[in-house]
Write a protein that binds this ligand. Structure first.
Ligand code: RB5
Length: 165
């Protein structure tokens, strides 16, 4: 593959974002999908595909998390009411580094230092405008790859491989 085609492929991949939400995050998911598409992102929606009161966040978040780890989408956005359950569930999938984000500093620093690949949001906590700002910051940030950050992440990855602590 020549360099131009490689760079086009990389750009294409960078634009593919996954999203998932339970009933607590459903409304925000719909809003964010609209904003992402308008901004030129390709969005893979892992559900819920309809608002069902009482549905369970792992049913949607885990599929999204797996898609991130296998490179089907470059990054993920997981939403529930508080963002907590979504974050807990996403982080159970090896290779996922999910963070519950409510501020702009963490939205970029989480990627730059910790290589965060799933951003979790609380649909009952933040408004649509702030959520969209945070998503844009998250998607624009890159992992710095500095030795000390890699060293810390290697220690985190080692935990995933251990059966017992
Ligand atoms: C659902 O009611 C709520 O518990 C869920 O969306 C989430 O906030 C869990 O952390």
């Amino acid at each position: 593959m020549n360099a131009e085609r490689k760079s086009a492929k990389r750009k294409e991949k960078m634009m593919k974002v996954g999203i998932a939400a339970d009933h607590g995050g459903f409304e925000l998911k719909v809003e964010l999908i609209g904003s992402l598409k308008a901004a030129g992102y390709e969005v893979v929606d892992f559900g819920a595909h309809e608002l069902v009161a009482g549905d369970d966040y792992p049913d949607f978040v885990v599929s999204l998390a797996i898609a991130v780890t296998i490179g089907k989408v470059i990054r993920g956005i997981a939403i529930c009411g508080s963002g907590v359950g979504a974050c807990v569930a996403a982080n159970k999938v090896p290779g996922v580094r999910a963070g519950l984000i409510t501020d702009s500093f963490s939205a970029h620093q989480g990627v730059e230092d910790d290589n965060m690949n799933v951003m979790c949001l609380g649909g009952r906590v933040i408004g649509q405008a702030l959520a969209w700002d945070l998503v844009k910051i998250f998607l624009s940030a890159s992992f710095k790859g500095t030795d000390r950050f890699k060293r810390r992440l290697a220690k985190v990855a080692a935990l995933e491989r251990k059966k017992k602590l």
